[in-house]
Design a protein around this ligand. Structure first.
Ligand code: SF4
Length: 381
């Protein structure tokens, strides 16, 4: 049985077709933000589990080196996974510094929760870190509903202590390396946090008070997710998201489609765009095109925009032609298409995030170049 996690639930709510496509074993896309997030998450987990036996309790100055060594190892792992993912943009090694800052930001929240205010990593003694480890009830755990339909991987479960160090409750925390909200916690994050909270409640009849928090490492801020129990809604979403051979309905919107990695397989967005139901503005845009001409090295070409004739992704050229300049991964991916897709001259190609700001279109490391293959039937049968 396939379980519904908070992130797949959010995907389903944002656009059911995105959820359906995410379950079709299509080539995955890596991204720098998620690699950085995973490296920071896994480093926090490793530090929470670090074995300090045999070290003097008074020792200070050990944490900065330990944190950097762990982060470097996790960073190297993420880089390797990134390049092994079939679709990936350019790796930004310079983001390591940002990852280091975010790890420090996350550790600062832990210090505050343990009652150590305004301390530097270097000043944390072995005894203090052991005390923090005692406060941590679980670092990276899987929560599952008894029926197996719902699951979630929580980052941290910690004891909520009063000023005297007595446990007065539990805090289920999810570490966020993205942009902190301006005001209230984002709806998607609130739903995710409450699902962790409510799974904990359901699985632990004698639980103390449980608070669900989003920890934003960027500025060490903490957001509490309040609100009603979400388990009934999550169960209804599990029911509604049981896969069918036919795709689920697409609900295109600027928010849902902006970073959707399945556009090359989704006929909903061009149909919505053609009917004026999805805005197309800004410098970076998506198109399905016919390639009219291409230099041998795929650095320069001429393309013609297409428009849909129906909701199934059938396209026709419009007569609007544009010169295109390709470099980096876009050029490499175009070469792959020319080498591996025998129909590229007669079929259509999806170009994602084209820079249309100049007289010629520009494509580089940030772009998708994929054959246009609207998926109208499940590949899982
Ligand atoms: S491109 Fe838009 S409509 Fe299509 S699956 Fe993605 S989010 Fe849904």
């Amino acid at each position: 049985m396939q379980s519904l996690s908070p992130s797949s639930w959010n995907n389903f709510e944002a656009c059911p077709r995105k959820f359906w496509l995410s379950r079709q074993r299509l080539p995955r896309k890596a991204g720098m933000a998620s690699s950085l997030g995973t490296a920071v998450h896994d480093s926090v987990e490793d530090l929470c589990n670090i074995d300090l036996s045999g070290r003097s309790d008074e020792e200070v100055g050990w944490l900065p080196g330990a944190a950097k060594a762990i982060l470097t190892r996790q960073w190297d792992d993420e880089r390797e996974k990134f390049f092994n993912t079939p679709r990936h943009p350019k790796w930004k090694e310079e983001e390591f510094e940002n990852a280091q800052k975010q790890l420090i930001g996350a550790l600062n929240i832990l210090f505050k929760k343990a009652g150590y205010k305004q301390v530097s990593l270097a000043s944390i003694s072995v005894a203090q870190w052991k005390d923090i480890q005692e406060m941590i009830l679980a670092a990276e755990g899987t929560l599952r509903s008894s029926c197996g339909r719902l699951m979630g991987r929580l980052d941290l479960l910690i004891a909520d202590r009063d000023e005297d160090g007595n446990t007065v409750g539990w805090i289920v925390a999810d570490l966020k390396t993205g942009k902190p909200p301006d005001g209230e916690v984002y709806d998607t994050v609130s739903r995710q946090l409450r699902m962790y909270r409510d799974l904990l409640i359901a699985n632990n009849p004698n639980h103390p008070k449980i608070t669900a928090e989003g920890w934003y490492s960027k500025n060490s801020s903490v957001y509490v997710a309040d609100g009603p129990n979400v388990i009934d809604d999550a169960m209804a979403a599990w029911e509604a998201s049981q896969l069918t051979p036919e795709p689920f309905e697409g609900t295109p919107s600027s928010d849902a489609c902006a970073f959707c990695e399945y556009k090359a397989w989704c006929p909903s967005w061009p149909w919505a765009k053609a009917n004026g139901n999805l805005e197309s503005h800004g410098t970076f845009r998506d198109y399905v095109v016919k390639i009219l001409r291409l230099e041998d090295d795929c650095s320069v070409g001429l393309v013609e925009i297409t428009a849909p004739t129906d909701e199934s992704g059938n396209m026709l050229p419009t007569g609007q032609k544009y010169g295109i300049i390709l470099s980096g991964y876009a050029q490499e991916h175009m070469k792959n298409i020319v080498d591996l897709a025998p129909d590229w001259e007669t079929e259509f190609v999806f170009l994602g995030s084209v820079n249309v700001g100049g007289s010629s279109w520009r494509m580089g490391d940030w772009c998708d170049v994929l054959m246009w293959k609207p998926l109208l039937r499940s590949t899982r049968e």
